[in-house]
Structure formats: C-alpha cells, structure tokens
Ligand binder design. Structure first.
Ligand code: SAH
Length: 244
C-alpha cells in the first residue's frame, strides 16, 4: 500500500500563523521533508517521532535538486509512509508545489494540498502595508524577481508591468533589484513610485527598507538587504509607518 504526501504551507513564519490542518498532519507524519523558509520556530517544533529530512533550498543555496526532492517524496510514499513536504507560505505560490503535485499524481501517489498564508500578502501586511486599498490600488500583481529582466527569454512582461496600475509584489527579487528598478523606469513607471522591502517578515529580526523606484536599489545595497525579502512597489507603501 502506498502512503500519502501532504504538500503543506507553513505560513509566513511563526507557529501562530500556521493552520490547524497543517499542525495536524505535521504531528501525524512519518517523514517530513523541509527547507529553511518556514523559519526556526516552526522547524524547531517538528515532532521527534518523524524522520526529518532537510532538503534545504534557501537563498539560492541548494542542498538537493528539485528532481531529487520529488524522487524522495515518491520513494517514501511507495514505502507506505505518511509524508509531509513542508513549504514556506503557501505551497502553490512560487513554491514549486504545483510541479510536486504533478509528479506525485503521475506516480500514482495520493496527494493532499494544505494551503498556507502566503508571505506575498502577510509580510507587507505585518508592517501595515495592504496590497490593495480603495484609494491606492485596485489590483495587485505577484511576480518572481528571480528572472533577470535583461534576459530576452524572460517570461515576465516588464513593459506591461511598468504601465499597469496597482501594486507589484515581488518575491525572490533581492538579487535582481537593480535590474528590476531600471527595467520598470525605462518602461515608463514613475521613478518616484514608493517601494518597501521587508526582510525576514514576521521573524524577530524583521527589517524594512523604504525608498522610491529611483533610489531603492542603492539603499538596499547600502543596508545589505538579503533574502528572504518581499518587495512592494506602489502607492500602498505610503501607508507604511516606521514603528522603530
Ligand atoms: N510559497 C512562498 C514563497 C516561496 S518563494 C509563499 O507563499 O510565501 C520564496 C520567497 O518568498 C522568498 O525569496 C521571499 O521573497 C518570500 N518570503 C517567504 N517568506 C518570507 C518572509 N518571512 N519574509 C520575507 N520574505 C519571505
């Protein structure tokens, strides 16, 4: 008898923002495949009764390749184990959860997806930035900043983004921030558009850097901004109030 794989979203950080269903399957798992994105509190809370496998992909540093992680999930499930693949935020937003689900389905393994609170909304929210607001933004676009906008094969339409009203929420964008800001201004976005970068949102060492499209890249460099961070571009950033 095959086991089952749960693709579980841990939420953006901290035990309080994880769902009851996530906690339940984690506590009942035989094997948990995790990386560092869920954060220390959650990782420290994983049950000792389970086999814990760090498949750590974090900050561009890969311990195991995606294909290997998927193979492991299939092997454990085929051995009849109850497997949790724990992922930061929500498993289906830039977490490769969709690909993992496909592989499991193709392998004939039962899979249940457990949604999580995504960092794309919760991390700006926790510093007082709503991704939509009747006065500032009636639409929001979430994108990966992993792709260099200069690459001709970029799957992201920067020209369209520069002209679209509303909020841009960029995940995995720290490394490419200089290219992203240039690309948006060159395509016509106002260089005074406010930008906020929230590093390690909802963690004890959370930090916010604010600026405009024209100066945020240099500010981020000076401040030594590092992933994981959520970048928010848009007028909603005006609602950010520095609490420190
Ligand atoms: N599935 C996840 C996103 C995975 S991509 C989700 O729904 O949140 C990884 C990226 O998410 C990071 O590079 C960063 O941009 C963002 N991220 C996740 N958790 C974060 C946190 N606590 N603080 C800041 N950024 C975070």
């Amino acid at each position: 008898m095959n086991g089952i794989v749960y693709l579980v979203g841990s939420g953006p950080g901290g035990l309080g923002l994880m769902t009851f269903r996530a906690r339940e399957v984690i506590d009942g798992a035989d094997v948990i495949l995790y990386d560092q994105l869920p954060g220390r509190d959650i990782i420290n809370s994983l049950p000792e009764s389970a086999e814990l496998v760090d498949v750590g992909k974090f900050g561009g540093h890969h311990i195991r390749k995606q294909g290997e992680i998927e193979k492991l999930m299939v092997e454990y499930a085929r051995a009849g184990r109850v497997v949790v693949r724990l992922k930061g935020g929500d498993p289906f937003l830039f977490g490769r959860g969709g690909e993992e689900m496909e592989t499991l389905r193709e392998s004939g393994i039962s899979v249940e997806v457990i949604p999580g609170i995504t960092s794309a909304i919760a991390v700006p929210e926790c510093v007082g930035i709503p991704v939509t607001h009747r006065s500032y933004a009636s639409q929001v676009t979430m994108l990966t900043g992993h792709e260099d906008p200069d690459k001709p094969e970029s799957a992201i339409d920067w020209e369209w983004l520069a002209r679209s009203p509303g909020t841009l929420v960029i995940l995995m964008g720290v490394k490419n921030l200089p290219n992203i800001t240039v690309s948006l201004t060159e395509n016509g976005m106002d260089e005074n558009k406010p930008v906020a970068i929230i590093e390690r949102g909802l963690r004890p060492d959370q930090r916010v850097t604010v600026g405009t499209l024209s100066d945020i890249a240099i500010k981020a460099k000076d401040a030594g901004v590092k992933p994981p961070a959520v970048i928010v571009i848009g007028d909603v950033v005006r609602l950010y109030v520095n609490q420190s």
